[in-house]
Design a protein around this ligand. Structure first.
Ligand SMILES: [Zn+2]
Length: 381
């Protein structure tokens, strides 16, 4: 049993000076002030660690990430998945949904099958299919030649190949059959997300009414907000059922817009990295699925310069920027980095907050809100 005492705990209800106790990989106690005595028969001897007033937040939940440390989830290879997960774990991400960009039918099946092994190993919490049913006019860094119309049989094959680990699919609701595919996803227990779309607001609302619950990287890869046609942005911000992802890297969305989104949809904002292989690496040439990407000054773009191609940030950086650059209160930024994505994924009974019974996944922050230590499943990494 381990108790972290003298901690500045970021709880869903606010910031509290207190303690958190973990045992057997779970949080078994949380409280204000000095630690209460450990009770319960058979409890193991207690170790108390003084964290000296440091901020402790729940482990970050990244629901949209492609890679890091020079590696990518796309191939589904276990070694690579391990490298990506390990890198992001070092930056506080204790729960990951691995994203696959649009690929060939066989490439996606192979990727999903490989990542299902990674999920069985506990490296990732699930798989996000970003595509292949996306709008060509809003395809961003997805290979336009590989985009296709929604194919319910293909989707069923991918769900099967994922052995229960496909957690989310992003699609463009204006494509033929997309709304039926949203319904299939809901039935299969897969979160349907709207993204890479040129749809008008009414079409997006239809997808939400059919069960879609996430807007994939709000603003990026979608028709912009217009005051006479709110499009996907207006529909998502206006629907209390919908979680909106934000890539808060200072490249995809400016701080003023981050503040606007938090003001409009505070309890529904999920910070994501959308990181690709270059995260944690230097500038240079990288791959994002089948596409060649150039990273310069930390900014990833397609080789031909036509689109931003994922980010190079970590969740720790997305969280730090939310607080320090956008001025979002600590507890709101923490919720956006943990509880909101956990809820959107249906994982909030297990992770997402420092609550008794949940997994002991937490991050101790150091100077300048950097990551000092990360605990996953009750173990310091
Ligand atoms: Zn995308």
């Amino acid at each position: 049993m381990l108790t972290l005492a003298n901690a500045r705990l970021v709880l869903p209800s606010g910031v509290v000076d207190g303690w958190v106790r973990v045992q057997g990989g779970r949080i078994v106690g949380v409280g204000a002030g000095a630690p209460a005595g450990a009770d319960g028969a058979g409890a193991r001897p207690e170790v108390v660690e003084n964290v000296r007033g440091r901020v402790v937040v729940p482990g970050f939940v990244d629901m949209h990430v492609h890679g890091g440390a020079g590696a990518s989830y796309q191939s589904g290879r276990l070694e690579e998945a391990r490298r990506v997960a390990e890198f992001h774990l070092g930056a506080g991400t204790t729960t990951t949904v691995a994203s696959l960009v649009t690929g060939t039918p066989q490439g996606l099946v192979d990727g999903v099958a490989g990542l299902a092994d990674a999920a069985d190993e506990g490296l990732i919490a699930g798989i996000h299919l970003e595509g292949p049913y996306l709008a060509g006019s809003r395809c961003g860094a997805h290979d336009p030649a590989l985009l296709r119309e929604p194919d319910r049989d293909e989707f069923a094959r991918l769900v099967e190949a994922g052995r229960g680990h496909v957690r989310m699919i992003t699609l463009a609701p204006e494509l033929p059959g997309a709304v039926d595919l949203v319904r299939d996803a809901v039935r299969a227990g897969v979160v349907a997300a709207v993204g890479h779309t040129d749809a008008a607001g009414a079409c997006v609302r239809e997808a939400f009414d059919a069960g879609a619950r996430v807007a994939t990287h709000l603003f990026n890869g979608m028709r912009p907000l217009h005051h006479r046609e709110g499009g996907p942005v207006g529909a998502a911000l206006g629907d209390a059922r919908v979680t909106v992802e934000l890539i808060n890297d200072g490249v995809h969305v400016e701080p003023e817009v981050v503040r606007l989104v938090f003001a409009a949809a505070g309890g529904r904002v999920a910070l994501i990295t959308d990181a690709m292989g270059a995260a944690g690496m230097g500038d240079g040439s990288y791959r994002l699925g089948p596409m060649s990407v150039t990273v310069s000054g930390g900014r990833a773009t397609l080789e031909d310069g036509t689109s931003i191609a994922g980010s190079t940030i970590t969740m720790a950086e997305a969280f730090r920027r939310a607080v320090e650059v956008a001025g979002i209160p600590l507890e709101d930024a923490s919720r956006a980095a943990s509880l909101v994505p956990a809820r959107a994924l249906g994982l909030d009974h297990e992770v997402g907050s420092l609550d008794v019974g949940k997994r002991a996944d937490l991050v101790v922050l150091g100077e300048g809100r950097s990551v000092a230590r990360v605990m996953k499943d009750g173990r310091w990494r």
